[in-house]
Ligand binder design. Sequence first.
Ligand code: PLP
Length: 479
Amino acid sequence: MKNDNTFHMDIDDFRKYGKLMVDFIADYYENIETFPVKSKVKPGEIKEKLPDHAPSNGESFESIINDVTDIIMPGITHWQSPNFFAYFPSNTSFPSILGELLSAGFGVQGMLWETSPACTELEIHVLDWLVDMLGLPAKFRSGNAGGGVIQDSASSAALCALLSAREKITDYNTNISGCNSRITVYASTQTHSSIEKAVKIAGIGSKNLRLIDVDETLSMRPKALARKIRKDKDDGFIPAFVCATVGTTSSNAIDPIEEIGKICRHENVWMHVDAAMAGTAAICHEYRYILDGIEYADSCCFNPHKWMFTNFDCDCFYVADKKALIKTLSILPEYLKNKTSESDNIIDYRDWQIPLGRRFRSLKLWFVIRYYGVEGLKYHIRKHVKLAKKFVSWVKKSPMFQLAAPAPLNLVCFRHINGDDFNRKLLARLNENGQLYMTHTVIDNLYTIRMCISQTNTEERHIKRAWEIINKTARELDN
Ligand code: PLP
């Protein structure tokens, strides 16, 4: 019953509907495999079912929830389905969902240490834990010259890194005088689009982004990078930033960061390592090789909101020199000044990111790490990689399909031997059918299907079934 004087939901109703909401989510997970993985609605279909105007008078919570079931649910693509193999994972877990709920409950805005000390200190601490968990160099720990911060996304992390690199190379003058059109940035042809976006936002201009050639494993060629940097310097450009990727979006290719890092060190160029999805694998010692050379990085990031059971958004971003980041992003208006900020022994995370405000994101990460423990997380990462390897072995044995790229971790890129049109039709039919969801890329100019195996509840039976469906559909299409 609504409190009619204040329009607020009262405490008793909050208890009642809060429990109902948790039951709703639990039922959703119990039944998730009964829904078509990719939503089948047409553009505009959800909007059409919504009233033209907001209600004048508040409505019952029951009616809101009913509309979630009737209107919203058909428009949901079920990212948490164990049959979701598209794009990259955005996997979550119950401890994470509960951590997010608590964060919403506290409703804290943690822009300054002062505005909620626990928000800042838990974040510092959990990010230090992750330095150890991933075997990152000690320079990224908070007690040293660097430190970690939670960003909303790997895109924001790349932008903050690029801005810091731009400032460092121009002696912190670009922020004052505007961008120097001679600054150049480097990444492989396989880099994520967020790098080009960052280059545009940072005022460097996409024509100053150099895309470096890759080898047969789709990893950046360090020699080509070195040559390009040299040539640019000879031509009067100012090379400022290299993004190396550990686990490209298209095929999970791993750039050789040790060799790239040495070049960057020699040429005085900032190296950022984007390990958005694959970075999580470094929790397991046997996959830690993917970060060999990380000690050369000026910054790096990975996304627990991709492959570490922590719901979106949660990107862990580390810098080796926090002063460069803070000098780049800090602005101090009178209304934010306070005594604690003036002392030098706290962090105000507003200076480590683009927005001023920030949510209490470390809660969900803390919940996840504590609930699973490092061993629990390793267990699940290993399971996903093992499933991917199994899928690879099936593809390799098949006379109809072939592997399109190496599959070092949790992503398998493959294609049917009948060519692009066939693969395009095959993928469309598979996704229409609703039993699973995969997406595509282009490798060596050929249309390629991507199967990313990292959902929280994906088991062997799901990939077995997927392989059966893929084969059956391919045979039907071939007839
Ligand atoms: N970098 C890589 C390698 C990715 O795979 C992705 C995924 O989309 C991103 C960056 C962007 O991630 P975010 O959505 O956190 O910005």
